[in-house]
Unconditional design. Structure first.
Length: 154
């Protein structure tokens, strides 16, 4: 390369800074810019590099704000996900609390069995009365009328 093609230290620093700015997750500070430009960070103390140093400081502050905003956005997404999970859990718990408990179900089943037994007793009683009154023979297992006495009693 000829001396005319070579870039000055300021141009190298600005190019390195622009590369870092273009990279969204890159950290920006004086040392990193100088390393990227392959120069010493002590050059930034010179008066001729004051514009470069000001741009680096400004870019560093902007990047810090961007990173903070990004972390806040991530935190918001994390909290939204936690809220969705909590709402799902709340919905499941609400459904579970509205469903009858096993104790309640057993009580209801017991009541139904008691009613069924009472109905069987009434059925047996009515069958016995019918047999006394009309002299009919009824099969106890199937409830089928086997014999009907045609003579009416008064």
């Amino acid at each position: 390369m000829s001396p005319k093609d070579e870039k000055s230290g300021q141009e190298l620093m600005m190019d390195a800074l622009n590369e870092l700015i273009a990279t969204p997750n890159a950290k920006i500070n004086r040392n990193i810019v100088a390393k990227r430009a392959r120069l010493s960070h002590t050059l930034l103390r010179k008066k001729s590099y004051s514009d470069v140093e000001k741009r680096i400081i400004k870019a560093e502050k902007l990047r810090a704000i961007e990173m903070e905003d990004r972390s806040k956005d991530q935190r918001i997404k994390q909290l939204e996900n936690m809220l969705v999970a909590a709402n799902i859990k709340l919905k499941k718990l609400t459904e579970r609390s509205q469903a009858p408990s096993s104790k309640t179900i057993k009580k209801i089943e017991g009541d139904l069995v008691a009613q069924l037994l009472e109905m069987y007793r009434y059925n047996d009683l009515l069958r016995a009365r019918l047999a006394e009154k009309h002299g009919e023979s009824i099969d106890k297992e199937t409830g089928e009328v086997i014999h009907i006495n045609r003579i009416k009693r008064r």
